[in-house]
Design a protein around this ligand. Structure first.
Ligand code: DAH
Length: 361
């Protein structure tokens, strides 16, 4: 009996004084484990008389219960202390400014759209938008594409299945009409967005992006159009000078119409702005056709203006050296890691559109 008492007197203070969960567990094992002192003591029970066995057994159980109660209390205490300690040391100050979220990347199309919007907004253009699903009027008719006009076939149109005549817009030019219908004059807008044509190869995908520009007032002329576009492309490519040339062209919604080329070299498949090395067509533009003004409720005798439209994806390919347009829309995370942009490097004119002139990703 006195052995039991000895164990009790020794173990209870030890448990109460244990300073860590592991120490507590060690003490428990030293008493109740396979080779623990209480376990050893119980091995002697067989040599006792039945009467002694009963009292001995009872005492052992009492002691075991006491030990496990003290053990649990101490354990709870130590666990609470540990949690409090962690709460103290791992406290997060939510008022700190966030650190850059460097896992995700901005898609080059989003980046280039932001860059273009930064340029245009500084020049006083407002943002305009229109729907992806268009009607024949806005996509064609009001833009001076008569019903049987062959120019309609130039744009491999996707028709909506319901037979209602709606289509997926083939260009962003319908936003010109929507803006003239709904906004007061003068107008100076850009409209970026998705466009759709049935086409698929290295430089064409069924869904792609365009940006449209429209300026309407009383005196705007072709000279303003040229000056505006030259400034935009200098700012976009972040260079002092961009060689450009304007060639006469045809679009139903502009008269006169032109296409703009930029001077570039393409040595070893790499695109660079350059003089006397060759030309690349980048956009369509012109003076808004009087029929388009009329269809949009504007008097062509009083108002005039210019319009332009170009591919955003193509600009991203040129500026950031991405060779295949199809890869833009495959959703490959490795591609995005390589060509994407860090989310907090937001394009702004005053500190460079793309940091380090477009080489940093
Ligand atoms: N909408 C034309 C296209 O997708 C591009 C274009 C040409 C837009 C001339 C214009 C413009 O605003 O004036 O091919």
């Amino acid at each position: 009996m006195s052995d039991l008492e000895n164990i009790r007197e020794e173990v209870i203070p030890l448990l109460c004084g244990a300073s860590s969960l592991s120490e507590l567990e060690e003490i428990r094992v030293s008493v109740l484990g396979k080779k623990g002192c209480l376990t050893e003591l119980m091995k002697g029970i067989s040599s006792l008389s039945p009467e002694e066995k009963k009292t001995f057994g009872q005492k052992v159980n009492e002691l075991k219960e006491e030990i496990s109660r003290v053990f649990s209390e101490r354990k709870l205490f130590l666990e609470t202390e540990e949690i409090n300690e962690r709460l103290k040391t791992e406290r997060i100050d939510v008022t700190l400014p966030s650190r850059p979220f460097i896992q995700g990347r901005i898609h080059p199309v989003s980046q280039v759209t932001e860059e273009l919007l930064a340029i245009f907004s500084q020049m006083g253009f407002k943002l305009a938008e229109g729907p992806d699903i268009e009607d024949d009027w806005h996509n064609f008719e009001a833009l001076n594409f008569p019903k049987s006009h062959p120019a309609r076939q130039m744009q491999a149109t996707f028709f909506m299945k319901d037979g209602g005549g709606d289509i997926l817009r083939t260009h962003t030019s319908p936003v010109q009409v929507r803006t003239m219908e709904s906004q007061s004059l003068p107008i100076r807008i850009v409209a970026p967005g998705r466009t759709y044509r049935c086409d698929y190869d290295m430089t064409h995908t069924p869904m792609f992006h365009q940006i449209e520009g429209l300026v309407i007032d009383k005196t705007t002329n072709m000279g303003h159009l040229k000056g505006c576009l030259i400034e935009v492309f200098k700012a976009f490519f972040e260079v002092e000078d961009v060689p450009v040339r304007f060639r006469p062209s045809f679009f139903p919604f502009t008269e006169p119409s032109a296409e703009m080329d930029i001077g570039c070299s393409r040595e070893k498949g790499e695109f660079k702005i350059a003089k006397d090395k060759g030309w690349m067509e980048v956009l369509g533009c012109g003076m808004v056709h009087p029929n388009v003004l009329k269809a949009s409720g504007i008097d062509p005798e009083e108002y005039q203006g210019f319009a332009f439209g170009f591919g955003i994806d193509r600009m991203a390919m040129l500026k950031y050296g991405i060779p295949d347009l199809r890869t833009f829309f495959e959703g490959d995370i490795r591609w995005l890691k390589h060509y994407g942009f860090i989310p907090l490097d937001i394009p702004a004119i005053n500190r460079g559109l793309s940091l380090n002139g477009g080489v940093k990703r």
